[in-house]
Design a protein around this ligand. Sequence first.
Ligand code: NI
Length: 252
Amino acid sequence: MLFDTHAHLDDHAFDADRRELIASLPGRGIGLLMNPGCSFESSRNAIALAEEYDFIYAAVGSHPDVAYEVDDALIAEYRELCKHPKVKAIGEIGLDYHYEDIPRDIQKHAFRLQMALAAELDLPVIVHEREAHEDGLKIVDEFPTVKGVFHCYSGSLEMAKELVRRGWYIGFTGVLTFKNARKALEVAAGIPTDRIVIETDCPYMAPVPFRGKRNDPSLVCHMADKLAQLLGISPEETRRITMENGKRLYRL
Ligand code: NI
């Protein structure tokens, strides 16, 4: 069985067939699924899905794209949502310097407030970090008790090793299957296998040969098969290892 450790089933891309799709997943090899929130609204929708389906868990948090919404009042709301037994992490949170729409100071403030909540509640975090490697590591270092996953990892092998040394996990998406995946493959081959988790990040990042189409959790098998090939282990062993890693990450 597979664990899709990062899937946005609450996304509007699934509005037309969400129930049919989710109902089909256990029969297509998906044993567990983590649905992170992207905003307050999305976090509540993630919890609603987790309430309805046994194999779905939720995380709550605000993505850097909506960093403006994060203030003390919202943190108080998230603190309440975290009392729900299916909420297992804070996320996705972090920094994204690719687009300059949201000022970096606003993003860093939102990231710090949510990292502090994770420290307070002793929950793992799901970090989105894009083109902000230095500030990302700096803020992680400010909260030494907080661990989690750098999802859809895009940094260097050196930084991945630093994160692993600090007790973090590294999340790999369909990027593993892309033609220009050299960097992601180098990272996956260069860190201990007990720190690797796989994810779809659906509806985005569909693996080859579905690149550009809507992604969905059933396609996480392509990441597992690519990893098996890369690491020279069987597809069954890869499924077992990444399942165990995901459960350890989210304490399931
Ligand atoms: Ni995501």
